[in-house]
Ligand binder design. Structure first.
Ligand code: PHE
Length: 451
């Protein structure tokens, strides 16, 4: 396996991993969760969740991936031959594949909104109420029959183009180019939002702790947000870390990646809440409406709305593209490694069926919305089973595997690059992996199931 392609630089390692992590979870789901969970206390709970569960689980995945240098299923087989642990890998390949089906659809909406912003269509035919106008645009963009499918196809094509170019020339190059751009755009939006009159009210809501709002529900949501936003429990980090050079400092990489994801979350909060409070747009801050109804209204209050909305949807496109690529890479790496297929062929085998699967997901929000399983349409059903059941269970199983299934020396050897790095924190991470993170993940899982 030593001939396997690796990321070519430290920057590439960080950019690709942060690129995978920063997606809809941080840009969209995070502000929603803050809004629903009492503002600033959620941010504090999220920080603790990242420290107590996020970084340890990330390090577990890194140690499996880099230690084995193999895809998500083979890595378990290589590290513990003849034992059934590889079944965790099966779920860790299946979950992202299912997620890709609906994630590509949402990614398609962002391309559509970018197009509508660039061409000015988003602001055409405005009636008396902007809320009604943007709600109608969102309705047609997300649940009409053809346009969402066509935009999803554009997204699939983009993914194929990048992934076919390979790990270094495709994933790494794209991430090195797009991630710095993402940070610059976020910074620009932060400056604009914070300079609005009345912005302080939003900053206070987001940053001044009000512990009266703290309750177990907030903590559980924060753990859920942490593993979603850090791409844990999906085989993504196992796959990406199999491309890390042997010299990569794993603890430092995990800390940097988590810190950057946290930073993006904070920046998103500093963009959304001051703007929402400044313009007194309170109602539509939940779910998809926050991005597709509220934000366009905010852009209307600024000079050059078309410019700002194009810039924002470009940002969202970058965030979703770097994430979809990483989600698809899990299955592609599996096919390449296990069946010795060419990259080209495995990209097509993984992504072409998405044309059908994602179209069905998209249609389930429109003409197929009556097709229901356990009361949920297909889109929501896949979202529910993956986010609430598969991801926490896989992340839990990964902790149990590294904490109890593998020898302790494996984790210590991987984190210290065979003894050449010294880190006193390794023992702390190991303790968290054995006793704290699995408990937190199990609590989230049980809570989601009973609620
Ligand atoms: N972490 C990424 C995000 O927040 C990728 C991801 C994809 C996470 C699918 C969960 C599910 O968007």
């Amino acid at each position: 396996m030593s001939s396997k392609t690796k990321f070519s630089s430290k920057i590439g390692v960080i950019a690709a991993t942060v690129g995978s992590a920063v997606g809809l979870g941080t840009v969209w789901r995070f502000p929603n969760e803050v809004q629903a969970n009492g503002g600033s206390v959620f941010l504090i709970a999220y920080l603790f969740a990242v420290l107590l569960m996020g970084i340890p689980v990330m390090l577990s995945e890194f140690s499996i991936g880099r230690g084995s240098g193999a895809d998500t299923i083979t890595s378990f087989k290589k590290l513990t031959p003849g034992k059934p642990w590889w079944l965790i890998g099966v779920f860790a390949v299946l979950a992202p594949y299912l997620i890709l089906m609906y994630y590509l659809v949402v990614a398609g909406w962002t391309v559509e909104y970018l197009w509508l912003s660039l061409t000015g269509g988003l602001y055409e035919g405005m009636g008396a109420s902007p809320t009604q106008h943007f709600s109608a645009v969102m309705q047609s963009a997300t649940s009409s029959t053809w346009s969402p499918i066509i935009w999803t196809l554009v997204m699939i094509a983009l993914n194929i183009l990048i992934l076919m170019k390979g790990v270094q020339k495709g994933i790494e190059r794209m991430s090195n180019l797009l991630m710095p751009l993402l940070f610059v755009i976020l910074l620009v939006f932060c400056c604009v939002s914070l300079s609005l009159p009345g912005a302080m009210e939003g900053v206070v809501f987001f940053l001044r702790p009000d512990f009266s709002k703290l309750n177990p529900g907030v903590l559980i949501s924060a753990v859920g947000q942490a593993f979603f936003s850090l791409s844990l429990g999906m085989g993504i980090l196992i796959t990406y870390s199999s491309y890390f050079p042997k010299t990569t400092n794993l603890p430092r990489t995990a800390t940097k990646v988590s810190a950057l994801v946290f930073l993006v979350a904070v920046m998103m909060g500093l963009i959304i809440f001051p703007a929402v409070k400044a313009f007194g747009i309170e109602g539509e801050t939940q779910g998809a409406a926050l991005i597709f109804v509220t934000l366009p209204q905010i852009f209307m209050e600024l000079p050059f709305p078309q410019f700002w909305s194009s810039l924002f949807f470009f940002l969202l496109l970058v965030a979703t593209l770097t994430s979809t690529v990483s989600i698809a890479e899990v299955a592609i790496a599996y096919l390449c490694d296990t069946f010795h297929m060419s990259r080209r062929k495995s990209c097509l085998i993984v992504l072409l069926p998405m044309v059908l699967f994602s179209s069905v997901c998209s249609l389930s929000l429109g003409v197929l919305s009556d097709v229901r399983v356990f009361g949920l349409n297909i889109f929501d059903l896949i979202d529910y089973t993956t986010s609430n059941i598969m991801l926490p269970l896989v992340a839990f199983a990964v902790c149990i595997y590294v904490g109890y299934g593998l020898p302790k020396s494996f984790f210590f050897k991987e984190l210290s690059n065979d003894g050449s790095l010294k880190s006193r924190m390794t023992a702390v991470y190991y303790f968290l992996i054995r006793y704290v993170s699995p408990l937190l993940l199990l609590t989230v899982f049980i809570n989601k199931i009973i609620s």
